[in-house]
Write a protein that binds this ligand. Structure first.
Ligand SMILES: Cc1cc2nc3c(=O)[nH]c(=O)nc-3n(C[C@H](O)[C@H](O)[C@H](O)COP(=O)(O)OP(=O)(O)OC[C@H]3O[C@@H](n4cnc5c(N)ncnc54)[C@H](O)[C@@H]3O)c2cc1C
Length: 401
C-alpha cells in the first residue's frame, strides 16, 4: 500500500475512470497481483461467490486500503461497487448476475447507486421520482442528486417510487437496474468538493427511462429492504477506510512533534501538543475498537438490521474522529499544515463528506438513541428506584442491618 499504491494518488485522476489508458497501464497490473494473491473483492460471502473473509478481516484489510485513494479499487473493494455487488448478489437473477455482477466484480465496469434527490436526502420518504408500469416495462421519471460515479458507471441501481399510495410509506419504493446508456438519462451537472481530483457526483434528470420489468430487484415496495443490503456493510467499510486516513494524519502529527523545535525544545515537549497526541491516540483506539466490535457482531449474526445501533454509532463517530485528528495534525504542522503540500485540509473536508453521505450524523445519532432506549422501561413511580435510600433499604433487607 505505502510503496506501490499510495504513489498512484499523485499521478492519476478519478479512481473510477477505469478506461483511462493511464489507469490501465498503472492499476491493472496491481489488480492482477492482488487477484493472484487471493485478496481480490473480499467483501462477498462464499454463498454469494466471494471469499467469505467476514467483516472482521475486512475491517483489518480496509484499514490498509484506506491509506490511499486508489487502495480500494486496487483490491476490488471500492464504493459504491461493493455495496451494489452485494445487492446484485442477493437479488439479481442468474442472467443479471452474468450481465452486471460478474463484470462489476472483475472491475471491467463500475456502477452508481442513485437514491438521493435534490429536495432532501436525509429523509428518503421525500423521493419523488416515479416508475410506472407500462406493459412489460417500467417507465422512470424524475431527478437524482449527488449520484456518485454516474458519469463513469455502466449501470445505476436506482431507487424510485412505485406505489405512492402504499399505506406503509416504507413500502412505496423499489430499486431498478438501469443501464447507463438507456435513452432519457441526462446529466444536468457534475458536482465535486475540495480534495477530489474530479467532479464525480451527478445531478441527473430522467425522462421516460424505460427498463424491462425484470430489472426490478426484489418485489415491488422492497426498495428500503434492498437498500439496507448495501448500507450496513457500506457504512462500515467507509469507517474502516476513515480509520486509515485518521491514522495517517496521526502518524504525521507524531513525526512532526518530534522533528520540530521551538523555544529550545521539541514540539513534543509542550504539554498542549502532548494533549493533542494523547487525545488523538485515544480517539483512534476507541474508534477502532468500536469498528472491530461491530464487525465481529456482524460476523456472528450476518444481519445488519439487528446491529443497526452499532453501525449507526460507528457512522456517527467517524466524522468527528477524522475531523479532530486531521485538524490537530494541520495545527501542529503550522503554515506547512494548511498548505497544498499537506493533505490535512482535504481530510478535514472529507470528514464533512463522511458525515453526510449515507445519511447525516444527526440521523445516525437518532438511530443510536432510539435503539438504546427501545430496551429501557420507564420507572414505575415518580421517584426512581435507584434513589440511594431505597437502594440502602434493599441492601439491608438482603444482608441485614
Ligand atoms: C460526497 C457525497 C457523495 C454522495 N453520494 C451519493 C450517492 O452515490 N448516491 C446517493 O443516493 N446519494 C449520495 N449522496 C447524498 C447523501 O446521501 C445525502 O447528501 C445525505 O443523505 C443528506 O441529504 P442532503 O444532502 O439532501 O441533506 P439534507 O437532507 O438537506 O440535510 C441537511 C442537514 O440537515 C440536518 N438534518 C437532516 N435531517 C436531520 C434530522 N433528522 N435531525 C437533525 N438534523 C438533520 C443535517 O445537519 C444535514 O446535514 C452523497 C453525498 C455526498 C456528500
Amino acid at each position: 500500500m505505502r510503496e506501490r499504491v499510495q504513489p498512484l494518488d499523485h499521478l492519476l485522476g478519478s479512481q473510477w475512470n477505469i478506461h483511462d489508458p493511464e489507469f490501465v497501464r498503472l492499476v491493472r497490473p496491481l489488480q492482477q497481483e492482488v487477484k493472484d494473491r487471493g485478496l481480490w473483492a473480499c467483501h462477498l460471502g462464499p454463498e454469494l461467490g466471494g471469499r467469505g473473509y467476514g467483516q472482521l478481516k475486512l475491517a483489518l484489510m480496509n484499514e490498509k486500503f484506506g491509506m490511499s485513494r486508489f487502495g480500494p479499487i486496487v483490491f476490488g473493494a471500492q464504493a459504491p461497487d461493493t455495496g451494489n455487488s452485494e445487492i446484485l448478489a442477493h437479488y439479481g437473477t442468474p442472467e443479471q448476475k452474468k450481465l452486471w455482477l460478474e463484470p462489476l466484480l472483475a472491475n471491467d465496469v463500475v456502477s452508481c447507486f442513485a437514491m438521493t434527490e435534490p429536495q432532501g436526502g436525509a429523509d428518503p420518504l421525500q423521493i419523488r421520482s416515479t416508475a410506472v408500469r407500462d406493459g412489460d416495462d417500467w417507465v422512470i421519471n424524475g431527478e437524482k442528486w449527488f449520484a456518485s460515479e454516474a458519469a463513469t458507471a455502466a449501470f445505476y441501481l436506482m431507487m424510485v417510487q412505485t406505489d405512492a399510495e402504499a399505506e406503509n410509506p416504507y413500502r412505496r419504493m423499489s430499486i431498478f437496474i438501469v443501464p447507463a446508456d438507456t435513452p432519457g438519462i441526462e446529466i444536468l451537472r457534475m458536482y465535486g468538493f475540495y480534495g477530489e481530483p474530479e467532479d464525480t457526483h451527478a445531478h441527473l434528470r430522467l425522462t421516460d427511462v424505460r427498463v424491462p420489468a425484470e430489472n426490478m430487484l426484489g418485489e415491488p415496495g422492497d426498495g428500503f429492504v434492498v437498500a439496507q443490503t448495501r448500507l450496513g456493510g457500506g457504512r462500515m467499510h467507509h469507517a474502516m477506510r476513515t480509520l486509515a486516513q485518521a491514522t495517517r494524519a496521526f502518524e504525521m502529527m507524531c513525526e512532526r512533534a518530534v522533528s520540530r523545535t521551538t523555544k529550545g525544545e521539541q514540539l513534543a515537549a509542550k504539554q498542549m501538543v502532548q494533549e493533542k497526541i494523547a487525545d488523538s491516540w485515544v480517539q483512534l483506539r476507541q474508534f477502532r475498537l468500536l469498528i472491530l466490535e461491530t464487525a465481529w457482531l456482524a460476523d456472528q449474526g450476518n444481519d445488519w438490521k439487528a446491529i443497526r445501533k452499532n453501525v449507526s454509532a460507528v457512522k456517527a463517530t467517524m466524522p468527528g474522529v477524522l475531523h479532530d485528528i486531521a485538524s490537530r495534525a494541520l495545527q501542529i504542522h503550522g503554515s506547512l499544515g494548511i498548505s497544498h503540500e499537506m493533505p490535512f485540509a482535504e481530510w478535514v473536508i472529507n470528514s464533512f463528506h463522511i458525515g453526510l453521505a449515507d445519511g447525516p450524523t444527526e440521523v445516525h445519532k437518532v438511530v443510536v438513541a432510539r435503539e438504546v432506549l427501545k430496551a429501557v422501561e420507564p420507572a414505575k413511580e415518580m421517584f426512581p428506584d435507584y434513589l440511594r435510600h431505597k437502594e440502602t433499604a434493599r441492601a439491608r433487607e438482603l444482608y441485614g442491618a
